[in-house]
Design a protein around this ligand. Sequence first.
Ligand SMILES: [Zn+2]
Length: 434
Amino acid sequence: MKIEKLSYRLKLHTANCILTTFVFFLFSFVTKSQDTNFVRQAINQLASDNFHGRGYVNNGDAIAADYLKAFYKKEKLKKFKGDYFQSFSFSINTFPGKTILINGTDTLKPGVDFLVAGGSSGIKGFYDIVRIDKEMLDDSLKVQEFKQTNFSDVFVVVDAQGMKSEKEKKIMKSLASNPFHAKGIIMLDDGKLMWSISQKDVGYALIEVRSNVWNDSSRQIYVNIDQQLNPKHKAKNVIGYVKGTQIPDSFIVFTAHYDHLGRMGQNAVFNGANDNASGTAMLMDLIRYYKKNPPKYSIAFMAFAGEEVGLLGSKYYVENPMFEHQKIKCLLNLDLMGFGEDGITIVNSENYPDDFALFREINEKEKLLPVINKRSNAKNSDHYPFTEKNVKAFFIYTQGNSKYYHDIYDRAETVPLSKYNEIFKLITTYVATY
Ligand SMILES: [Zn+2]
């Protein structure tokens, strides 16, 4: 397909909508602010402490699933198999209670000063510490000595400061895998703390600490980490649809993962406002939009669980679909939608140059975003399992001054929704060209 044709596709749609546009124009100011209010409220809810970071402590993900189900019900979305929930299970390592780390006399703050690695074991007690740093690793005699020492009752503190080369990073990684068989490992890091979660327990305590809060003079720590591996955590995808008025057996699909990292103990909550309360809230807003503006094709809405654990919800869905994958005209995955002042990126757009050109054409015509970036496909969100089934699927994320990622600061108040209405307009205009 050529760009001229795409432009025609767009013009046709525009002509159809002159009247609607006029009415829309009259009310656009009111409608716009209402829409942002709705999405803001949804993000405030999803990213509140009551949802526990939509993870695996205090039933956070189940609370979010129930919230979405109630919304689907209120909007009277259709169900595929008699239920909005699609249930599946997976193993997950959790920290449901205490996460205490005291170095000498310094009590470190969970989430702020230190992170318990997703795969860490639980532990409780006072432990002596032995330190390894760059200088010692450069000394082969010291390394030999280390290899012969029994560390089974101590914590090894690995100071990564100054270790920046690829080779040194590799060494760091191998030290985190505990070749000493120590009771636990503390990795000192001068970068940002970024948490992730794991399906396994690695068999020793593993903690990451910001190096600037670590007192080197102390020789003992107190550590208390409650940990629990749940081998069969039950999770739910939340799925519904709006029936198309003209071609109801073909679908446009919107996806967004509603899960996030949850709590690391009771004192650190990862609210995940940008990642991905923002995309989930936009999915909800799109449901309202297509309920009010009945679409030509059917539109399916899939809120996925388990994305942060490894795209588990979307992987489960593609193996257990509600309808044949070939019926999907196009899928748009929304993740990290909270910014946009520096534009958006469309992952997998490199494989669909005509669609990418169409996005850009709409963007220029409607004067929406400063830039739309192209990107090849990547396994970085829920669109990916669909692309492996040959579905035309794109992942849209925003760019901007987003300092916070997978940390306790990704909160509702740090998400500006800078270009929310513009992105919403871009997406709905694109979908209308089908
Ligand atoms: Zn995400």
